[in-house]
Design a protein around this ligand. Structure first.
Ligand SMILES: [Zn+2]
Length: 331
């Protein structure tokens, strides 16, 4: 009896999920219409330091160039910036700054959140001096105490100090790890609640005939949020792989696509949309810092990301079947 009841409720759940998935695919406004371009950090939380620059300034330069390049190549796409100057208002703490960015993205009902950052190693920018032993010499030293004190020849190492260059370089793009945490689902659920009309969220719950969209703790709401999360995860992963691929084409060293679940990437966790965080290179590497500060370098980074966005837009708008395919875990 218990067994058949469990089987029945499982079946009901499956039916719900299948019909819900269909309703997403039917009503979701497909494509890339609004992009949030986020220049990482700000005046109070400048981020990484290089030899000649701070992360907050480099990210702002690249973000502005990226926005311009998007407008030029995709005039039908709306670009919104989380900041366009170095005078950020909402940066009392790094937490409030990121919360503001995520709220801004969610309220704008954007289709994509794209955050620009620069990397750094814990070691000093450029490099550091280290010591190594290059031989030994005999030296006369006093050893022992009091009456036993006497001179003795001892072996002492000869040190040489040498420069260690900070070699770490390359790009990496982060996405939020969808299947390891429910935190992003929570925000997706909240966003669904805030949206009143016109968005894919509101029209979605209306189309699936649900009245309980205010009850975020209902099992249906949770499943809904998880389904969105899986959809966003696929899209984020797709775009991230395109970005790293374009960097490679430009001859950059790519560390590939990485997933994060911890709190450091609050903005990825808190945005109810596909989101990526691009680490455009290491400010602690002298050459890479010079590249990221040069006009030509910034243009190239912006162009690489625009190329990736174009491929992404084509795929989600043209070859939609690849994206809307449900993740295996819902089967
Ligand atoms: Zn950063």
């Amino acid at each position: 009896m218990v067994k058949s009841l469990a089987a029945l409720s499982f079946l009901a759940l499956m039916c719900f999920m299948i019909s819900f998935r269909k309703s997403i695919e039917m009503v979701q406004r497909p494509g890339l219409h609004t992009i949030i371009v986020d220049a990482g950090h700000g005046p109070k939380h400048p981020g990484a330091h290089g030899l000649i620059s701070k992360e907050k300034d480099v990210t702002l330069d690249i973000a502005m160039k990226l926005g311009e390049a998007i407008q030029k190549e995709m005039p039908d796409v709306k670009v919104l910036y989380t900041r366009t100057t170095d005078e950020e208002q909402n940066d009392e703490t790094a937490g409030t700054a990121n919360r503001y960015r995520a709220d801004f993205a969610n309220k704008s009902k954007a289709d994509l959140f794209l955050s620009i950052h620069c990397n750094a190693t814990p070691q000093p920018a450029g490099g550091w001096y280290a010591k190594r032993v290059i031989g030994h010499k005999k030296v006369l030293r006093f050893v022992g105490r009091g009456k036993r004190r006497k001179k003795k020849l001892v072996n002492e190492p000869i040190y040489e100090s040498y420069w260690v260059k900070n070699m770490r370089r390359g790009t990496e793009t982060y996405i939020w790890a969808a299947d390891r945490s429910g935190s992003k689902s929570d925000f997706i659920g909240q966003r669904g609640q805030e949206d009143s009309e016109g968005s894919e969220f509101a029209s979605d719950s209306a189309a699936s005939g649900e009245n309980e969209e205010n009850d975020l703790s209902s099992p249906e709401a949770k499943i809904r949020a998880q389904l969105y999360e899986q959809r966003f995860f696929k899209k984020s992963a797709l775009l991230a792989s395109f970005v790293e691929d374009e960097f490679k084409k430009s001859g950059r060293l790519s560390d590939g696509v990485k997933q994060r679940t911890w709190k450091g990437i609050w903005v990825l966790q808190a945005t109810g949309m596909p989101s990526i965080l691009v680490e455009t290179g290491y400010l602690t590497n002298k050459e890479e810092e010079e590249y990221l500060n040069s006009d030509s370098g910034q243009d190239e980074v912006a162009q690489d990301i625009v190329n990736a966005l174009r491929r992404y837009k084509q795929q989600i708008e043209g070859g939609k079947s690849n994206i809307s395919a449900a993740p295996d875990s819902t089967k």
